[in-house]
Structure formats: structure tokens, C-alpha cells
Design a protein around this ligand. Sequence first.
Ligand code: NAD
Ligand code: DAU
Length: 352
Amino acid sequence: MILVTGGAGFIGANFVLDWLATRDEPVLNLDALTYAGNRENLASLDGDARHVFVHGDICDRALIDRLLAEHQPRAIVHFAAESHVDRSIHGPGEFMRTNVEGTFTLLEAARAHWQGLDGDAKAAFRFHHVSTDEVYGSLGPNDPAFTETKTYEPNSPYSASKAASDHLVRAWHHTYGLPVTTSNCSNNYGPYHFPEKLIPLIIANALAGKPLPVYGDGQQIRDWLYVTDHCSAIRAILDKGTSGEVYNVGGWNEKPNIDIVKTLCALLDELQPDPAGSYSRLITYVADRPGHDRRYAIDARKIERELGWRPAETFETGIRKTVAWYLEHQDWVAHVQSGAYREWVEKNYAAR
Ligand code: NAD
Ligand code: DAU
């Protein structure tokens, strides 16, 4: 089996669902169920013996030691993290704990476990670390896209904590020989995306007739990838990646934020027309994010060339599927918009 951390969150849940839809190897899913983790994302696996869910923290070394000894996973796929840049600005402490201390704890547990293996099991073991393009910093308009050798220049508490975790993974390979791979991926979108992030927030707010907040001038550029394409990239790295290597994952799909917001308004106008005209009437420019990175772009040629990975979705197909999913799952959105969610919205947007 494989051990997945953070498998009740957005990308982790998509990964677990896709994994079990495409192969029979069981998944041990360790998740602390923070505000971002949701068992409802995995409801279709209820009763499926191939999915074992453990409610626990990646900082709990005794728990991880026990899980590794009991289940003997052949690989660890490490998604668990605090993932929202705006939350890291309001409160960086939890990002240091989970993203840095949590990754350290997992690496130490994995190292002890791996060193006790022998023969084929030791040779085949893998620790895959799921990271982000944000560690590379911000690009100017004419800079080349990020390659795997780009210097690290993280600018937010979130990206600094992910950069630290990437460095730990690298060091555990270099010093102890732990077989690791790392992927640095661009912005994901798709089903089960928590509505604090741009795309699901805009869809949820539009349907509720609320303002659509665009930070600053809306000309910041992100490189968007449909979430199941990120999942297929991680499977390719697990299957064919080389230990010690880093793979950048992206969709060759750079878009300014304001274009994303306008595209979502146009799709909603088509699929669920706004009784008051067009949803674009709700677009509201608000104060910028402090330290906001201007542009990210991923050069994905290494994973394409070496592992034969390519995204299956274009932005046009992926964003249409995404809007359709949110229209069909408005109950899911309502469930995750708890009191804590409303407090977050108040904290992040009221003073903007
Ligand atoms: P998410 O916030 O939706 O989910 C994170 C999950 O981790 C949740 O289920 C949460 O309960 C769990 N978690 C948090 N702290 C934990 C802890 N201490 N112990 C155990 N579980 C814990 O995040 P996501 O968007 O799915 O991102 C997953 C990973 O992918 C992260 O490492 C993130 O840095 C990376 N990433 C995300 C994107 C993106 O666009 N969302 C892009 C590139 C990389
Ligand atoms: O690049 C990969 C990263 O993408 C991941 O590592 C992060 O975990 C993930 O959250 C995402 O980070 P971003 O900060 O790019 O995502 P977010 O959806 O928060 O914002 C996307 C862009 O939209 C960004 O430029 C900020 C802007 N934005 C965001 C929100 C929430 C707005 O203009 N208004 C908003 O209300």
C-alpha cells in the first residue's frame, strides 16, 4: 500500500479518488482534518476496504512510527500542509508547525523505517514530496518560466515554509540516502477546492450575489492546471521518477487573475444565468495582498521529456468541468461554509 498525508484536502482527496479508480493498491490516508480537510470529499470510498483513513497529525512521531510498522507502505506521498497564502499572512505559526516541523517529523520516521528495510523493499521505497512553484519567487513579464534549477526566492510565509520543507527533503536524500522525489506544481483548480481560493471563491460568491474580490489591479499571473493532471503527474513520478530528482509540473497556461474572474462570470452566465444581468457586475477591486507575487510560470519540459507526462485537460475543458461541478455540488459548498469559514471571510475581506 501507499501512505498519503493530507488525503482529505483538495488535491489529496482527488489523488486518493483517482488512485483507487485506476489501480487496486490500497491507500492509508493520514489527515488531521483541519478546516481544509473534509471526510465528505472521500464519501464515495465509504465501505471500500482499499481505503484506510487515520485521523492524525503529521507532527505525531509515535503515530507515524506505528503506522509505518503496521502497514509497511512502499511509498509515502506527502500532501499535508497549510496551503493558503492569505492565511499565512494573518498567522504564519501553523505553517511553520505543519509544513516545516511536520515534514521533518515524517522524514525522520521514513528514514528510520527505510533503514530497517532490506533487499527489494529498501530499493523500491519512495518518499514523494508535493511542493509548489511559489518557492521560486516572482517572475517579471519577460522572464523565462521556472525550471527545476531556478534559485529559491520565496516571498510569503507560506512559500518560505514550503521552501524549507523542500530543503529538508533534499538534505535527507543527500545526507542519508533516503529515496525521495519532489514535485513543484503550479496553481491547481477543480472539484473539492476549498472556497477560500480564487476560483471556488468567485463561483460561490457569484452564485450568492456577493462581491467578487480582485486583489490590486488583477493583472497578477498564475499558471493553472486541472487537479487530476497534477494527480497523474505524481503517479508518473512514483512509477518512473528518479530518486533525488525534482520535477516541475504545470499546464502551460498563464492567465491574469482578472481574465480568470471574467471567464468564470461568462461560464456562469451561460450555465446558470444571473437574474440581475451578468455576474461580472459583482467584480470588485480590493486592496492587494501584502507581498503579492506578480507572476508564476512553470517550464514543464523535464517531466514531459523524461516521464512522458502531459496534461489531459486544456484550460477551456477543465474550467467548464469545474464550474459544472460546483453547480452540481452546492450542498458541498454550503457544508464547508461553516462559522469558521465566515470568520475567515470577515478577517480577510472586511478591512480591504
Ligand atoms: P488543502 O489545504 O486543501 O489540504 C491540506 C490537507 O492537509 C487537509 O486535508 C488538512 O486537513 C491536512 N493537514 C493540514 N495540516 C495537517 C497536519 N498537521 N497533519 C495531517 N494533515 C494535515 O491543500 P491542497 O491545496 O490540497 O494542497 C496539498 C499540497 O499540495 C500542499 O502541500 C500544497 O503546498 C501543495 N500544492 C498546492 C497547490 C494548489 O494549487 N492548491 C499547488 C501546488 C502545490
Ligand atoms: O502556485 C501554487 C499555489 O497556488 C499553491 O502552492 C497554493 O497552495 C495555492 O493556494 C495557490 O496559491 P495562490 O496564492 O496563487 O492561490 P489563490 O487562489 O489564493 O490566489 C490566486 C490569485 O488570485 C492570487 O494572485 C491572489 C488572487 N486573489 C485571491 C483571492 C483569494 C484575488 O485576487 N482575490 C481573492 O479573493
